[in-house]
Design a protein around this ligand. Structure first.
Ligand SMILES: O=C(O)CCC(=O)C(=O)O
Length: 281
């Protein structure tokens, strides 16, 4: 998103809260792949990335996550026959790599301002006989009207195969460009069928929803949502993640949680960079 630059404010970027600057990470992803993903995202609103993580990693993730899931959802959005895990990063380390997948971060580097944030990281286990979730777009809780660029973005990692019958995410290709309208009779939602270990990635303006599970097995997914660094995150990570947990995290994950700033001042603590406070300087 382009902004009007006020040079005097820009000049403050290296000042006070800005002293720690940005993490500059070389993602190591073939630029042709990033370009192709970007083009799909612009044209269709989504990109399916096949086999991003190996099947045995999915199995390890699944065996850890199933032990952490318990109650079912509280309403039609969460799903009355769906199990969800919030505050996932305080409970397990098996999802860290998903949040930091270089192919996804390479796209986010193009989409958002530097030091974009994690907005939520959630486990979604759709149980047999669950109904389809209502269609929605993820950044609809931010008030700027559509059409507009996405303010957030999400990946959904298939930890089980996503099939036509087990609750694969339903998507409406092209719906990211819609203005203020809802899906109508002629807007067909199609299942994002993909083998386990794959992920679908889309911007926050893209219409989608969980599918009905008509199979006899659960469908496990991990979804990671990100947002612009000047927006409030859905999960309050700086309050919700114990400092003992934060201390163990990859520096990129610390930054994503909110131990970062958008210079000069967004995210500061008492006038300084939050990492300096975290590390007790
Ligand atoms: O589980 C899915 O496939 C999608 C769920 C979803 O879109 C959501 O809960 O926001």
């Amino acid at each position: 998103m382009k902004k009007t630059v006020v040079k005097e404010i820009e000049d403050l970027s290296k000042d006070i809260a800005g002293t720690t600057g940005f993490l500059k990470i070389e993602r190591g992803v073939d630029p042709a792949i990033v370009e192709a993903d970007w083009q799909s995202l612009q044209a269709d609103g989504f990109v399916v990335m096949k086999n991003l993580i190996p099947a045995d990693q999915c199995d390890a993730i699944k065996s850890e996550l199933l032990g952490l899931l318990s109650h079912k959802g509280r309403n039609a959005f969460e799903g009355l026959k769906t199990q969800r895990l919030y505050a996932t990063l305080t409970k397990t380390r098996v999802c860290d790599e998903l949040a930091l997948h270089p192919r996804i971060l390479a796209l986010l580097d193009r989409m958002f301002m530097p030091n974009y944030l994690l907005s939520q990281l959630q486990v979604i286990n759709i149980l047999p006989s669950e109904d389809a979730q209502f269609l929605h777009y993820d950044d609809g809780f931010y008030p700027p009207p559509r059409p507009r660029p996405p303010l957030g973005a999400a990946s959904i990692f298939a930890i089980d195969d996503f099939t036509t019958t087990n609750g694969a995410t339903r998507i409406i290709p092209g719906s990211h460009k819609w203005g203020d309208r809802k899906p109508g009779e002629n807007d067909k939602a199609v299942p994002a069928v993909m083998p386990k270990g794959s992920a679908i990635f889309y911007g926050g303006t893209f219409w989608h929803g969980g599918g009905a599970n008509e199979s006899d097995a659960a469908r496990l997914a991990v979804t990671v949502q990100y947002c612009e660094p000047w927006l409030r995150q859905q999960e309050n990570y700086t309050l919700g993640t114990p400092k003992s947990v934060v201390a163990k995290l990859d520096p990129q994950l610390k930054s994503l949680l909110g131990y970062s700033i958008l210079p000069p001042y967004i995210g500061m603590v008492d006038g300084v960079h939050p990492l300096r406070v975290l590390e007790g300087e």
